[in-house]
Design a protein around this ligand. Structure first.
Ligand code: URA
Length: 288
């Protein structure tokens, strides 16, 4: 008889060949002490590079659109609220003092970048506001824009299966958010200006939640959280940090839907994350 766990592993594309390794990893994770988590074996040499090589959107597989043109930034009748670095600093200072209610309202009413003009709904984030685990994606797609919740489309289903495989649920000790709260048209990557206008919201969410561990889903989330250019390959298997909070990078579920063999690597990342969380829950900081 197939167990629920087998079904989940099948769902996320881990065949029985991987099962043994999975069980070993979890057993290892359960044994972890307060010692800092060691890095996972470096599989970079085996990993095909995908970062930056394809102009397709991670969400749809369709070609990414070109960057928003400056004219688009002024195409709305809504006032552009930010005009200078001083304004940005003032805005950030206001946002990082907000409580949950204020923050949710600020996001719902935000017109700080061009993305507001074409959104149906802002996508604030969902889950347990006291979660130990925080998963951060890139930005809403069409389904999320319609429903106002993150990761509700196909990629979201896979994310839910990935969570279930490590015994997590999106509303129990898990919070899910995105780098940008409004859908980039055509699911293109968020522009640097859009991501930076949204960053104080994410910063404040993280400050309020105080997660023990952040999982960056995909390259765009990783680069924005870490403020640096790097390949996913070079970031996986390490405990990094966002403003002092430990952070682990793995593949975006939408990428995994198109690149099934890499689900095994994502599984390694999840096992590493479980192990790291166990260290964090029982001991000192493990950031590198
Ligand atoms: N992709 C993301 O990065 N976030 C979502 O909410 C949905 C798809």
């Amino acid at each position: 008889m197939t167990s629920r766990r087998d079904e989940i592993l099948k769902e996320i594309g881990i065949t029985p060949v991987w099962r043994l390794r999975v069980q070993e990893s979890l057993a290892e994770a359960q044994e972890v002490s307060s010692e800092p988590a060691p890095p996972v074996p470096d599989t970079r040499a085996l990993q095909p590079s995908f970062e930056g090589t394809s102009p397709v959107s991670h969400q749809t597989g369709e070609p990414s659109r070109v960057a928003a043109q400056p004219s688009a930034l002024h195409g709305s009748s809504a006032p552009m609220l930010r005009r200078s670095a001083a304004d940005d600093d003032e805005r950030r200072a206001a946002i990082i003092r907000m409580d949950w209610a204020g923050l949710k309202q600020a996001v719902a009413q935000c017109v700080a970048c061009a993305l507001h003009a074409r959104r149906n709904k802002t996508v604030f984030g969902v889950g347990d506001e006291n979660a130990d685990w925080m998963f951060v994606g890139e930005g809403p797609g069409a389904d999320e824009d319609r429903q106002g919740d993150p990761f509700v489309g196909q990629a979201g289903k896979l994310l839910d299966s990935m969570l279930a495989a490590i015994k997590l649920k999106r509303d129990d000790n898990v919070y899910i958010a995105n780098v940008v709260k409004c859908r980039p048209p055509g699911n293109r990557n968020p522009e640097p200006d859009e991501a930076s206008k949204c960053e104080p919201y994410l910063q404040r969410q993280i400050e309020l939640i105080k997660p023990k561990l952040i999982i960056a889903l995909g390259r765009v989330a990783a680069l924005n959280l870490l403020s640096r250019e790097a390949s996913i390959a070079s970031l996986r298997g390490r405990v990094l940090a966002y403003r002092g909070t430990p952070l682990i990078v793995t593949y975006h579920p939408a990428y995994l839907l198109r690149n099934l063999p890499d689900k095994a690597k994502a599984w390694e990342d999840l096992c590493f994350a479980v192990k790291t969380m166990q260290s964090l829950q029982s001991g000192p900081s493990v950031t590198t």
